[in-house]
Design a protein around this ligand. Sequence first.
Ligand code: FMN
Length: 204
Amino acid sequence: MELDQVLKEVRSVRKFKKLDVPWYLVSECLDAATYAPNAGNTQNWRFIVVRDLSKREAIVKACEDQKWLLNAPVLIVVCSDVDKISKMFGVRGEALYAVQNCAAAIQNMLLKAYELGLGSVWIGAFDEIIIKQILEIKPEVRPQAIIALGFSDDHEKKPKREELNNVVFFEKYGDKEDKKRRKFLPIKDILKEKLNKLVVEKKK
Ligand SMILES: Cc1cc2nc3c(=O)[nH]c(=O)nc-3n(C[C@H](O)[C@H](O)[C@H](O)COP(=O)(O)O)c2cc1C
């Protein structure tokens, strides 16, 4: 699968088929996660794979009771062990890098899951203290996110993305105009523009 296809097709899945996910697929997702960039190569991410039904039930309750989540056969609780990273980078390491490292790992995991034919969703709404109790997580380790994995049965329309024009600034915050380069275009549009020009010139 082309990277561009994965990037643009992967969306949050909230309906799952009643099918289990084989371990080799889960492990491929976890392996992909560990290749994410991370500050000082601290690799502070830790992953707890949860398949046990009663544990998943308790976790789902702690996730603001998002009941549909129980249909996902696998939950991966992504945690950050801040011991090493806070020693290396102090407050900035603990508050920022540790979180960013885990986020990068999660994104790798979501992309790999999609490439492997799995559906996934990133869950951030949960009671951290309860999750720590359920999974016996050490005090210095912080659950960052819960990733649900399964085979998608979700056919809902997904939210659109903002136009690049609304989120990209040039040279300073808020400046939407690139005075030197005219317009901000994705490469496929540039190629299309060039191709159209060639066709027009050939016709002349
Ligand atoms: C930090 C974070 C927390 C999220 N928490 C939840 C959540 O608790 N429940 C949920 O259903 N989706 C959650 N999501 C998924 C977003 O709702 C979703 O990515 C967003 O609406 C865009 O939709 P898409 O992923 O289908 O493109 C979370 C995503 C992120 C990055």
